[in-house]
Design a binder for this molecule. Sequence first.
Ligand code: RUB
Length: 353
Amino acid sequence: MKIEIDGILTDRPAVWWDSTNGVVRMIDQTKIPFQIVVHNCPTYRETVQAIEKMIIRGAPSIGAAAAYGLAQAIQEFWNSEEFEDQIRTAYNELLAARPTAVDLKNGLDLIRTIEPLTPENALNQAQLFANQIAEEGWKIGQVGKELITPNLNILTHCHTGALALVDYGSALSPIIQAWEEGKRFHVYVDETRPRFQGRMTAWELSQYNINHTVICDSASGFFMSQGKVDLIILGADRVTRNGDIANKIGTYNLAVLASHHNIPFYTAFPTSTFDFSTLTGKDIVIEQRDTKEVKQVLGYSHTLNKNEIVSLYTDEVVFSNPAFDVTPSELITGYITPHGILNKFQLEETFSN
Ligand code: RUB
């Protein structure tokens, strides 16, 4: 993606490996849109922390970061007598950093099973994995842009752009490619509490001058009832064999509302998000995050010129903070993939090939 870092317009993915020093580098997503800063992870442990803290986020981007993180650990411990144990620990720590997005496991397993396992092979494989995700983002756009006709009102949730998918994006990729072809339409952007990924969506749509309006998550039903939403496209963090999806909390609410209002509801995702080992959404582990993320907000202070955390509630208030929910396949109109727009019966066979 073209992004201005320190006043210089550069072409950067969401996460990359700096071959001069073995550092995993990433765009710090907690600072978008007010600051564009590169975050450095010199060791695999710092890569784990960056994933946990959502400095990098979005299922495929954290999958790529985890693959780089394991390659980093292989390089760090290559000459150690406890290499096997250390790599097992690194694998487990990276996997536990964010449990719901299957991209993490898919990326880690790819590195763990390389033959022969060498630091160089691990790094090359991590690079290939990241590149494949980015290429698939572009293909998702090619495939999905056909769904977008002029004057539509499209609703999206969370952030599914280039920063979430190494490059190009999943659900935002068709939106951007349709716009670049000259189609004109409007996008409703869910704010996506509690982490406000909608800020990144609004920022990314602004880069292309795409018409958009940010709405509170709870306003989506109102706009649907007014006939103002024609199409919903969002991403996925895990797609199971029967076509159920785990995605950002609030996705299920949207799917039920969309079904009530007969609004087509599509999910867009790359190969790394498909989970061959899980049959249905009931078996997906849902990440529970720190309730501080709901009790407090992280925002940019113009006075201090940096991110600041402020409290919304007193300490004794009880919260629950599930990061994802599961939407059953019967509520999903279609699956926008690099291999075409599929129905749930085509998923498993398509991704096996
Ligand atoms: C990310 C999230 C996004 C999908 C994006 O969650 O739910 O909707 O990952 O879809 P978080 P895709 O912000 O908690 O990482 O991954 O297909 O781009």
